[in-house]
Ligand binder design. Structure first.
Ligand SMILES: *Cc1c(COP(=O)(O)O)cnc(C)c1O
Length: 474
């Protein structure tokens, strides 16, 4: 059992220990990760840390006490509104990240619908979104008791607008679509959906958590990008993460609304609390000053030109990777990715894409798996310029290796990922993951391990499901 040490330890000793705990962590500086960390440069990191530390103690919960933070937040919101072509009425808040920027609009639009009192006591709110929408929206639906109506994807991995239109009914409180989607990096038909949202007078959120600080700069340097921002009729809110391609510190996203008539439903005010009259603009109570200050610092340090250069460089690496993958016989990129995130899959029925993922992991890459349909995922950052050739070479080698070792495909993680992706009893998977979470967060903090002694989700889920299936009679 861990307890707080009776006598405090020396600062230096503690920091030394903490450094050493990093040994096993993923190497994002060397470009080995393809998600989770957006790393620009060590120099930029050092600057961000300074900016963050300047406001390390401050709390944006009370903007009257810390006017500096209110100013940062206001300017960040204004700069983002300008970037996304909003007019002077656009308002918004900073949030702790993409997830909070997805949670809040669902709550706000539900309250907006409720305020119209169209439903009486039979209020059963629904939201509509393509299947590729970020999972944070499913979380929002669950937290705020709103039914998620999922729209199937077309062959190009964008949401099917005709079906979307048919799903609108009197319970629809909002529509969400992505620019671009996290899994495949494609932009949903925002203009078409906006048109429908406008006709039916339904709020429409564009999730640009990933693209908000990337697509506008691609457009500025001459890429042809379909219009996805406030220029589209019907768009009532947009989210953009500063802690992704904005290259701010973690814990920073921006949530913009077309005007105060929408944002006002996000505010929480409680006038009767014995602790005092309470007002809060977003989800958190205490709001750390560091990420807000670092976001402001990052945007000012990058400048539009800095972001343009970053986007240009990252797109250069992305093109190289996409062309390289498409040139490998047996692999193909899924759909037509419109920025620096994409997925690819196997075109050889004898080669399991997840087996390729495993061999790539043996070679030291951290790779995310997609399902329904299956694929491997890549989010390209500036750190990948130096390793793109190596990545392509390793992919080729992995494929060759699997051709000569076909038995590998049915082993270990690949087999389990494959099964998880294809098993028809989706409830079983949920049950297994639930169990695993209870172990991981249980009194003994049990991490699921694969055969190599590395932490791994699929093996544990997979074996659990196999056990369950073997006990079942069909
Ligand atoms: C990353 C992401 C989110 C969630 O953001 P977090 O910062 O991870 O909470 C939501 N939507 C999209 C499109 C994203 O890429």
């Amino acid at each position: 059992m861990s307890i707080i040490p009776l006598k405090g330890k020396a600062y230096d000793k503690i920091l030394e220990d903490m450094e050493s705990f990093r040994n096993q962590d993923a190497d994002f500086i060397g470009g080995r990760t393809w998600s989770l960390v957006y790393h620009l440069s060590l120099e930029h990191d050092a600057f961000l840390k300074k900016a963050h530390n300047l406001y390390f103690s401050e709390n944006a919960l009370n903007p009257m006490a810390f006017q500096s933070l209110k100013r940062f937040e206001h300017e960040v919101v204004k700069m983002a509104a300008d970037l996304l072509n909003g007019d002077e009425n656009v308002v918004g808040t900073m949030t702790s990240g993409g997830t909070e920027s997805c949670l809040l609009p669902v709550m706000a639009y539900r309250e907006l619908a409720r305020s119209k009192k169209r439903w009486g006591s039979k209020f059963t709110p629904e939201m509509i979104a393509p299947e590729s929408i970020h999972v944070a929206w499913e979380k929002a639906a669950k937290y705020f008791n709103v039914k998620m109506v999922s729209i199937p994807l077309k062959d190009d991995f964008t949401g099917d607008v005709d079906i979307l239109k048919k799903k609108i009914n009197k319970n629809t409180i909002m529509i969400v679509a992505s620019a671009p989607s996290y899994p495949h990096g494609v932009i949903d038909p925002i203009e078409d959906i906006g048109q429908i949202a406008c006709e039916k007078n339904i709020p429409f959120h564009v999730d640009s958590c990933l693209g908000g600080f990337f697509l506008p700069f691609l457009e500025q340097i001459g890429y042809s990008i379909p219009t996805f921002d406030f220029r589209c009729k019907g768009v009532t809110s947009i989210s953009a993460d500063v802690h992704k391609y904005g290259f701010g510190a973690k814990g920073a996203s921006i949530l913009l609304y077309k005007n105060m008539a929408y944002l006002k439903h996000q505010f929480f005010i409680h006038q009767n609390w014995p602790g005092g009259v309470f007002a809060s603009p977003a989800l958190l109570g205490t709001r750390p000053g560091g990420p807000i200050a670092a976001a402001w610092a990052a945007m000012n340090a990058m400048g539009q030109q800095g972001y343009q250069e970053m986007a240009k460089k990252v797109m250069g690496t992305t093109k190289k990777l996409i062309q390289g993958i498409d040139a490998i016989q047996g692999l193909k990129v899924m759909g037509k990715p419109q920025m620096s995130v994409f997925a690819y899959t196997s075109t050889n029925p004898k080669i399991d894409i997840f087996a390729i993922g495993d061999v790539m992991e043996d070679k030291g890459w951290h790779i995310d798996r997609l399902q329904r349909p299956v694929g491997l995922h890549a989010m390209v950052t500036p750190a990948h310029e130096a390793v793109a050739d190596q990545y392509l070479m390793d992919l080729k080698e992995s494929l060759e290796f699997l051709k000569s070792h076909p038995d590998q495909a049915s082993r270990g993680n690949a087999a389990m990922y494959g099964m998880i992706a294809h098993v028809p009893f989706r409830g079983l998977i949920k049950k297994q993951v639930q169990k695993m979470m209870e172990k991981m967060y249980g009194p003994d903090c049990e991490m699921p391990m694969n055969n190599n002694g590395k932490p791994s989700l699929p093996l544990r889920i997979g074996t659990g499901i196999l056990k369950l299936i073997s006990k079942r009679k069909f």
